[in-house]
Design a protein around this ligand. Structure first.
Ligand SMILES: CC(C)(COP(=O)(O)OP(=O)(O)OC[C@H]1O[C@@H](n2cnc3c(N)ncnc32)[C@H](O)[C@@H]1OP(=O)(O)O)[C@@H](O)C(=O)NCCC(=O)NCCS
Length: 207
């Protein structure tokens, strides 16, 4: 789909009222519910909670600390320390948390440029298959354009049918598929599997 067609499509898309918002304590109740759903399928880390040292109980007890830690991941100073910053936004629908996207404008590590890409996203389990996944990538691409990117690398595992559909329906152009090396496969919970990571590029309209 061309950029123009995508813009026209987005003007009559599903979930028009949804938006991306910075993490904020006002989302505590719906976020913790969503995090419990992710934990139930063994993927609490989709929320970055486990990475930041939080389980669901700790999220309830110190949600403001979690939000502060998440926001710090977008600090520009991190680019000098780690090679990238990670800008997290929550998809909100009528003020409630639905999912998150993570935007890494710099792609400053071998992992990100090869497998991770500019954008990650996930939708809380109870809200899947309702079009939110397609919408969150659409909104994340708009954010990337606002950040000055001209194109975005978005990747997915070859057997992640939903993510492939989301990327392709947002205009992703397939570039290559790389079998993940064992270290990466293990880090992604796919030890011993020979799964390809599919790499797609998406041209962004000027912001
Ligand atoms: C991948 C994910 C974001 C999809 O979110 P979602 O809200 O269910 O996606 P949508 O409702 O917008 O569906 C997009 C398409 O995928 C299809 N789809 C959704 N879930 C599917 C599934 N489990 N199996 C097959 N197709 C599926 C939908 O039917 C839709 O198809 P269409 O284009 O023909 O309409 C969600 O499953 C998720 O958070 N998974 C875990 C994290 C993850 O995999 N993130 C992506 C990393 S690359």
């Amino acid at each position: 789909m061309t950029v123009e067609a995508r813009i026209a499509d987005s003007s009559r898309g599903e979930h028009d009222a949804c938006c991306l918002e910075l993490p904020h304590v006002q989302f505590q109740d719906s976020f913790v519910e969503g995090a419990a759903e992710f934990a139930g399928e063994g993927h609490l880390d989709s929320t970055y909670a486990a990475f930041l040292g939080f389980d669901v109980d700790r999220l309830r007890d110190n949600f403001s600390g979690f939000v502060a830690d998440l926001l710090r991941m977008a600090d520009e100073s991190r680019v000098f320390l780690t090679g990238y910053r990670d800008c997290i936004f929550w998809l909100s629908d009528e003020g409630l948390y639905v999912g998150q996207t993570s935007i890494r404008p710099e792609l400053g590590t071998p992992y990100l440029i090869t497998y991770g890409g500019h954008i990650g996203y996930s939708i809380r389990p109870s809200h899947r298959r309702q079009g939110y996944g397609r919408r969150i990538l659409q909104l994340a691409l708009e954010k990337c354009a606002e950040m000055g990117l001209e194109r975005a690398l978005v990747t997915c595992d070859e057997d992640n049918t939903a993510s492939r559909r989301i990327i392709e329906s947002n205009g992703g152009v397939f570039e290559s598929g790389l079998v993940m090396d064992e270290t990466v496969a293990r880090a992604e919970g796919r030890a011993g599997e020979k799964v390809r990571k599919l790499r797609y590029w998406l041209e962004l309209p000027p912001a």
